[in-house]
Design a protein around this ligand. Sequence first.
Ligand code: ZN
Length: 241
Amino acid sequence: MADLARIVETTVGGAVLSAGALAYAVRVPSCSWLAPSICRGTNTRPAIALTFDDGPSESTAELLEILALYRASATFFQCGGNVRRLPGVAREVAAAGHEIGNHTDTHPLLALQSPGFIHRELTAAQETIEHATGLRPRYFRAPYGARWFGLGSAQQRLGLSGVMWSTLALDWKQPAPAVVSRLLHGATRGAILCLHDGRVLEHRPDIGVTLQAVRELLPKLMEQGFHFEKVTDILASGIET
Ligand SMILES: [Zn+2]
């Protein structure tokens, strides 16, 4: 993303932004200048949202087994390309009661892309997911967490709300103990934790670290009194538990 910092000036809502401010708007989870995004849920109860990006993959079924063992609900931000490759796995995710969100069709970096391109990516994923699972996503997560001009209006046209995260697991590059420690540190009421059950559009990705981390993390969080909610639920403050 350093290349973005070299963009000299641009505008958001008529305001001139410096390169630093633009980089902030593109990448900082809590910033909603380029597209409205949520990065945490309610703090009214000890709930955590587990979210998994880049699936479905050949290893998603193993993750579903671990989640079922702890009766944990989660949200899967899936790519249209992976859903077309593994529609049966996408259906298993839906059948297990988890929520499915939109993570674009081909997982491109949206920064520097045209509004038309961005709208087509979101639309293709939306249609593919609905066709395969019968569920129409309500939430969108930008690949690499990078938002861009035109994303806000694409989200609005498709009825999608942007969701980022409060803690990123870094499960694609750190060993499981480090991932568990990061996530335990980020475990607060309303936290939205971001992990991965795929690797972009890779076939048979190795998600062993994610599986090991989830196996260790879930019982530890439950011991601390947390339970797990889908994104839709964790954003609703009125639910009593
Ligand atoms: Zn992703």
